[in-house]
Design a protein around this ligand. Structure first.
Ligand code: ADP
Ligand code: UDP
Length: 238
């Protein structure tokens, strides 16, 4: 499958049309951004590790009953996916408090939450991706109630499956963000699941192994992503 035309260039990925109408090539670049695009840097090799990391996780989710947009990996940085109508929404689950919830609620970093906490955010960098709830989504017609319930159900299921996968490799899944879209009337998990969009801490030392290394200037960002991949038994081609 060949790339024909770049249709979107986001902060970390580009989407290309292909010879097949409803299939896109998703290219993972080395570009890394934080704080709604205000901090940017190219980190050599990040695109390759994220593409293969994403494929490993999406395949594991599929084996465990989650339908995803992934068709196949094409090369080290690119994957073929179904073209979806994306919801302009981010679904976040937190097992521990970290990041924006600590700023919002004054909570200590790492506080273990009584229950996994689900939050919706609007995908809008100019507005700083504001927190929204079911009522906003219905009132602004970003999704209907059936779709809201389905996205929540799928996200909780992703949390269960991946929390187990990571803890078995000595990693705590602190929180993560996923996105969904519609393909032929069905809701599919889309976009990516990589250390760019989740928080992973070493379960013994609580060392941060995810994009917080970039956000907080801790260094060894791509190296940490590789260490996570190694622990999960992935064979990343650079
Ligand atoms: P951002 O939009 O945050 O800058 P990216 O750089 O990751 O993010 O760009 C990828 C874009 O492609 C996102 O807007 C995402 O919602 C969209 N996308 C992800 N998967 C699909 C898909 N299967 N079909 C259509 N669009 C998708
Ligand atoms: N996240 C993401 N993209 C976003 C916002 C958040 O992938 O645009 C991820 C982030 O990496 C973390 C989780 O979602 O794993 C929760 O993020 P949070 O709301 O704490 O925001 P942050 O402080 O990370 O910007």
């Amino acid at each position: 499958m060949k790339k024909i035309k770049e249709i979107t260039k986001g902060k970390a990925k580009s989407m290309y049309t292909t010879e097949v109408d409803d299939q896109l090539i998703m290219h993972f670049s080395d570009d890394t951004s934080a704080f709604d695009g205000k901090k940017k840097e190219a980190l050599l090799g990040k695109g390759a590790v994220n593409n293969q990391f994403n494929a490993f996780i999406m395949s594991h989710l599929k084996e465990n009953g989650i339908d995803t947009h992934l068709i196949e990996v094409i090369n080290s940085t690119d994957s073929l996916v179904y073209k979806l109508d994306m919801f302009p929404i981010e679904c976040v689950i937190r097992n521990r408090a970290s990041g924006s919830i600590c700023r919002r609620l004054g909570t200590e970093d790492g506080l273990v939450l009584e229950n996994p906490l689900f939050e919706f955010f609007l995908k809008d960098d100019d507005l700083g991706d504001p927190l929204i709830n079911d009522e906003h989504i219905i009132s602004f017609n970003w999704a209907n109630m059936k779709q809201i319930l389905e996205m929540k159900k799928q996200t909780y299921k992703v949390n269960e499956i991946l929390s187990k996968l990571f803890i078995d490799s000595g990693l705590i899944l602190v929180d993560f963000k996923v996105e969904f879209g519609v393909f032929n009337g069905k809701i599919l998990l889309a976009d990516e699941f990589t250390p760019d969009g989740c928080r992973l801490w070493d379960s013994k030392t609580l060392k941060k192994m995810d994009k917080d290394r970039f956000r907080q200037g801790l260094g060894d960002v791509v190296e940490s992503y590789h260490q996570v991949a190694d622990r999960l038994g992935m064979n990343i081609k650079t």
